[in-house]
Design a protein around this ligand. Sequence first.
Ligand code: SF4
Ligand code: SF4
Ligand code: FES
Length: 249
Amino acid sequence: MSKRKFRIWRGNTEGGNFVEYTTDVEPGMVVLDVIHRIQARQATDLAVRWNCKAGKCGSCSMEINGRPRLSCMTRMNEFVPDMTITVQPLKTFPVIKDLVVDVAWNYEQNKRIPPFKPRAKDADGQYRMMQRDVERVQEFRKCIECYLCQDVCHVLRDQNRKDRFVGPRFMIRLASLEMHPLDTADRTTKIKEEFGSSLCNITRCCTEVCPEHIQITDNGIIPLKERVVDRYYDPILWLVRKIFRRASA
Ligand code: SF4
Ligand code: SF4
Ligand code: FES
């Protein structure tokens, strides 16, 4: 057992500041365990959101020493013994209380995305897909909606362009639909005009923080940008691909 120092942001919609806590830490603890211990022993009104404590619900997102992370998956032994650990809420979304932010904006973006629209079944009543096409979109379905990528994206975080860009989480949601082998909806115009694909300048910061290791930029955003370029700047290539896809469907 050792004593560790934490600086935790305490406040609400009106504002707040960091408060220091020193607490006992045992081997094997993660940051969320320590926050729960502080909550139990020193700050019973400390607000923190969590559910699974297994890296699967995406609820315990926060900024730990300046980096967006899941607190239930951040082990205490990653930090040198005398380091003070600073914990604060996600910066990109409005604070409700202490470490809890309001992520409702993200659900609003999800509702704007045209849903899955499957093609007609084959003559025998079955759907057929190539395994490689199934695997291509499977990666995107690992998303746990932790919104760490939304938090780190400078278009949302620093430029606050929530009016123009849906952010990396919803770019991969769009990619999962657009690349789905059965989907027939055409979202390319919306991706450019309404969802703001051109605002992403491929810095890959979103990919770096994703706890599911989804290749958000290379496998999701760049192919979507290529579709926009094909449509708007090379319409003949777009037409050829469209005809070819129909013929092979
Ligand atoms: S790659 Fe694009 S979406 Fe990802 S953080 Fe950078 S600007 Fe944002
Ligand atoms: S893409 Fe990754 S970082 Fe973004 S919300 Fe999903 S799991 Fe979290
Ligand atoms: S508590 Fe579910 S991901 Fe951390």
